[in-house]
Design a protein around this ligand. Structure first.
Ligand SMILES: Cc1cc2nc3c(=O)[nH]c(=O)nc-3n(C[C@H](O)[C@H](O)[C@H](O)COP(=O)(O)O)c2cc1C
Length: 327
């Protein structure tokens, strides 16, 4: 079994974490990842205090293992944040603060509530800022990933962040979907991986079945970075664009973002209806390039077990064969 410093810090069996996805979270998926020995997480971005209490209780009914609650700092509601702290989750998973926003008020309150803190950064400077403010773990997220991402690919970003924030441990995110990815991340100096897209195509994922199938059908070459989903939603994200599936919706507005701004109300209404209906041509689907590595829809627990076993197999059998014996 692969154990890293993150397993001890978070009291988990496998160095594998679920990204708290505000637009695609469910107690069932969170609990399934934690039950399997990974770290589950729930996106709280769109949730009221009451919904956070209900969903945390539902998760705790399914598991007594640790999990995290995720907040996007540039757009955090004080009442929701305070409600989350009262629940004393094992982990508060933060991401995307504005450059001028102070991190320590959030981090200090989370520590006082007894939580461990993770902060997701897509650039070295941001990772260092979060480590200095007291984050227990930095998540280094490369631009291959699904959803909002920065400009640096995982391959250079992860070792750069590892070097910059040490001894604070790093979880690698963005483009990881299997045991090969976990081994690669460990080789780059990370202590584990955090995944989004892989878990979206799981039994417990709240996505419409058509969207799960679109991830399975993807060859990984059909994603695009754009600001189109944010323009439609009326959001100004600090330093990120969205990686999503290149569908009719994205193609219609690409290069015509000015027009989308003018037709926003109409566009968002259509987009929401398409998401509900499972219309993969017109509904937005955030997913990473690692969609090309995903070919089935297993349970979230099986994904954790499979990644851990595959990584162990590579470390114990495949890689040692490559090291020659001196004579
Ligand atoms: C649909 C979707 C929604 C996401 N929402 C959030 C979020 O609310 N908060 C957050 O910290 N990360 C969010 N992310 C990013 C993930 O936590 C993670 O960094 C990313 O998915 C990793 O790349 P991967 O998709 O290649 O695994 C989201 C990702 C996706 C695909």
């Amino acid at each position: 079994m692969i154990r890293t410093s993150i397993c001890d810090l978070l009291e988990i069996d496998h160095p594998i974490a679920l990204g708290g996805m505000g637009s695609a979270s469910s107690p069932a998926m969170t609990a399934a990842v934690s039950r399997a020995g990974g770290l589950g997480a729930m996106g709280c971005h769109y949730l009221s205090p009451e919904q956070i209490r209900e969903r945390t209780a539902a998760t705790r009914e399914e598991t007594n293992k640790p999990f995290g609650l995720n907040f996007l700092l540039f757009d955090t509601r004080e009442d929701s944040f305070a409600a989350a702290l009262e629940l004393r989750p094992a982990v508060m998973q933060f991401a995307w603060a504005r450059a001028e926003q102070e991190l320590s008020p959030y981090f200090d309150r989370a520590h006082e509530a007894g939580c461990k803190i993770t902060y997701m950064a897509s650039a070295v400077k941001e990772a260092v800022r979060a480590a200095k403010a007291g984050a227990d773990i930095i998540i280094a997220q490369g631009s291959e990933g699904g959803g909002h991402v920065g400009w640096m690919g995982s391959m250079p970003l992860i070792p750069m962040v590892v070097d910059a924030v040490g001894p604070v441990p790093v979880l690698a995110a963005g483009g990881f979907a299997d045991g090969r990815g976990l081994v690669a991340a460990l080789s780059l100096g990370a202590q584990g991986i955090l995944l989004g897209t892989r878990f979206l195509a799981s039994v417990e994922s709240p996505l419409h079945p058509n969207f799960k199938q679109a991830i399975v059908d993807s060859d990984g070459h059909d994603t695009q970075l754009s600001e189109i989903p944010d323009i439609a939603a009326g959001l100004v994200w600090p330093g990120a664009m969205t990686r999503s599936r290149r569908n009719k919706f994205i193609e219609r507005w690409a290069g015509r973002e000015w027009a989308l701004r003018q037709h926003r109300a109409e566009a968002i209404a259509k987009l929401r209806a398409a998401r509900e209906a499972g219309d993969v041509d017109e509904g937005p689907l955030s997913m990473g390039q690692d969609a090309g590595l995903i070919w089935d829809i297993p349970s979230a627990g099986e994904i954790v077990t499979r990644i851990a076993q595959e990584a162990e197999e590579i470390l114990m059998r495949t890689l040692p064969r490559l090291v020659g014996t001196a004579n």
